[in-house]
Design a protein around this ligand. Sequence first.
Ligand code: GDP
Length: 460
Amino acid sequence: MLGSIIAAISTPPGKGGVAVIRVSGEGALELSARVFHPASKRALLEYPPRTAIYGFVKDGDEILDDCILTAFPAPASYTGEDTFELSCHGGILLTRTVLELLFKEGAVPAEAGEFTRRAFINGKLTLTEAEAIGTLLDATSREQLRLAGGEQRALLRGELEKIRNILTEVLSSTLARIDYPDEDLGEYSDAECLEALSSARAIISRLTDTYRTGRAIMEGIDTVIVGKPNVGKSTLYNLIVGEDAAIVTDVPGTTRDALVRSTSLGRVTLRLTDTAGIRGGEGLDRVEKIGIERSLERLRTAELVIHVLESSGISDEDKSIIELLSESPAAKLCVINKCDTGTPVPYEIPAVFDKVLEISAEVRPAEALTALEGAVEELFIDERLSPRHDAMVASARQQAALLRARDMLERAIEALCLGMPADAVSSDIELALGAALELDGRAVSEEITSRIFSRFCVGK
Ligand code: GDP
């Protein structure tokens, strides 16, 4: 509810040295003067903006806490509204009590993401920037931090501005031609329009090409480790996630359920599943059978399949997995494990694999990890791209908007080439511009905005 004063604890829940309570909305500064009393005895509203003021939060005569207040009058605040922040002592009951006092004085609890949502509505942030802040909070790897960081946001904004400038120029010139056909308003010739539209299309294509890498870093690749029992799948899984998440034993069939974990391998994020070893035959119990069915299901939907083989030989189970793999669009990595046992691989590796590695997951783990990182990066990362220097697309929403913009531009270019009337061309350009601007949220539907902000935590 815009117009209300919202309040929330912005620091993580629990006990801590300091807890920050953020309050925003019209009338927030007057509210602060009712609950906070500077130790200097000067009137609170006389202090210059953005000054850290020491004083007391009081409920009537009772001092609840001594703390620091900083006021950010509109529009120079995170939300663009009058805002103040109280840095209290970080006791759980204490911060709760201060918050309740603020509610008593007229504030209402902020919903998840509401501060950032208000910042977006007040033009403080674009939607892309707001999304990036959400990602920044969720980031689990350095590479993700870079991709969500300020440098990257500026790069993407720059590319978007270029597209916007080109399309608005062409559009205004085309519209001028429609509205004033007899005037010479210095508008573009068809050839110039075509050149401008093609250059906008080239920028969009360059951006959409970065999505495979952006997605591999940010959203992660659905990955499954498969193989017959006892080849070392769990050993490999634990090595990649960096802890003993899966049980490793020499008893076949110990991993029965699928374990899923998000983890980074080099620059790539994997949503990794360790599965029950795939084996057929009599004597399997029900639980193991269900586990095997799930493995097969995951095999069909994964984007990366790591098939673990043993250096000593290839079995019928392996062959049936390979048969399934040959129909799958996933990237396929063959990992021949236990190469420490000395046997040179006595079989030919089927051509279905994109890459083949020979490792010893248990005996030479560091070496194995480096080989895996290299292989997965080669499969999913465009080495020429760097989040620090190239604008990159990392969210499905942005990619979808760009693809729509590209389609519309292609239609406009085709219409122009076919000599169609200017209004047909201009309506496609307008649609392309609309789709491109969605990247910044300038024309995004309310539903999508709500979905984005609901990912935030309260206090953000
Ligand atoms: P899974 O059933 O495929 O998950 O296999 P596990 O990871 O449970 O490993 C099966 C057995 O192989 C265990 O006894 C491991 O200690 C052993 N193992 C795993 N990796 C290696 C390796 O690189 N070399 C050797 N010699 N043994 C390994």
